[in-house]
Design a binder for this molecule. Structure first.
Ligand SMILES: [Ca+2]
Ligand SMILES: [Ca+2]
Ligand SMILES: [Ca+2]
Length: 335
């Protein structure tokens, strides 16, 4: 959290803490797999006198199981503040790399927030009462929308992971809905069919289709890892959508004869590297330490060689990010 001090100034950053005074940390995303032991958050690795590995995280000790290699990692969390339960204070919505969305209710006040433990947001299918009230047309539409969507009654799952939740009253009925930016570049809408105080989310409807990691530089398309902002951009009274992404742009480059030879060398080295990578993965499953040695002795020199060759060639790929604007059209009511 960077607290505002007015006139565009901010206090130094600090870790956001929950109601118990502990740093907010989602134990989501990557779990211990194979030889790795993932620890999420900011931490220090220490060795004890008897040779054990211990991770110190925010003053707490986590023992690393024997034979496992510790890996410190983040889960690409995205934070969004909104009064989700309509009681006048700001609550916290957090997305993560695995694609889940967590709700941390503010049980404190507007000026002294106290966040409850994280709770997974899920789809709550419409009850019979809702169906009965809805017109036949709406029921049929909802049925097909539900059939098309994956079952998210046990937790929202952004396709491609990398969930970015934003709360906004998208349909203008006075209740906050959930918009979700997804790893595959798509944007989904979960309408709130509950109340302002007790939101209940309907199955997802696609607002924006998935993008692509690769794009031609001459004809830029939408990328992946959609990040959102909902605002009335053109001031016409209807909420619009701003979408940020990441994309790899491929340029067509004319190579000189000399560069063509270098390119051939590079392709060969890349092939060798692919093979070594496969060997590395196999080795790692058997013995993490041997794999480490293999990386140092065999793979690192090759990676450096590839890097040097690449520098001599014009760049074909460039990572870029764009901002896309989706203006809301006027919906013409049928007579
Ligand atoms: Ca609230
Ligand atoms: Ca709404
Ligand atoms: Ca607008």
């Amino acid at each position: 959290m960077f607290y505002g001090q007015g006139q565009g100034k901010f206090a130094p950053r600090q870790m956001l803490r929950d109601a118990r005074g502990e740093v907010i940390l989602l134990e989501a995303g990557m779990q211990a797999t194979g030889n790795y032991f993932f620890v999420k958050g900011m931490a220090k690795i220490e060795k004890t006198k008897d040779g054990k590995t211990v991770v110190i995280r925010h003053g707490k000790r986590i023992e690393v199981p024997e034979g496992k290699q510790v890996a410190l990692t983040g889960i690409a969390s995205t934070a969004h503040l909104a009064d989700w339960d309509g009681d006048g204070d700001l609550d916290l919505l957090v997305g993560e790399i695995g694609g889940s969305v967590y709700y941390l209710e503010n049980r404190g006040t507007r000026t002294q927030p106290a966040f409850a433990p994280p709770e997974k947001l899920r789809v709550t299918a419409a009850t019979k009462k809702d169906d009965a009230r809805a017109s036949l047309k709406r029921t049929i539409k909802a049925f097909f929308a539900r059939a098309a969507a994956a079952d998210e009654t046990r937790g929202i799952r952004a396709p491609g992971g990398d969930a970015h939740p934003v709360a906004a009253d998208w349909d203008g009925d006075g209740r906050l809905d959930l918009l979700l930016g997804c790893g595959d570049g798509s944007v989904r809408l979960y309408r709130n069919v509950g109340t302002r105080q007790k939101p209940r989310l309907a199955p997802a409807v696609a607002l924006v289709s998935p993008g692509n990691w690769n794009s031609k530089a001459e004809q830029v398309g939408r990328g992946v890892r959609a990040k959102l902002c909902v605002a009335d951009f053109n001031g016409d009274g209807r909420l619009d959508l701003l979408l940020g992404d990441v994309v790899s742009l491929r340029r067509r480059v004319q190579l000189t004869e000399e560069q063509k030879k270098l390119k051939q060398q590079l392709d060969k080295l890349n092939e060798q590297y692919q093979k070594l990578s496969r060997d590395y993965v196999k080795l790692f499953r058997k013995d993490a330490q041997q794999a480490q040695q293999f990386m140092q002795q065999k793979m690192m020199p090759l990676i450096q060689k590839i890097g040097r060759l690449r520098q001599q060639l014009p760049q074909e790929d460039q990572i870029a990010g764009h901002v896309w604007l989706f203006l809301r059209r006027e919906v013409k009511k049928r007579p």
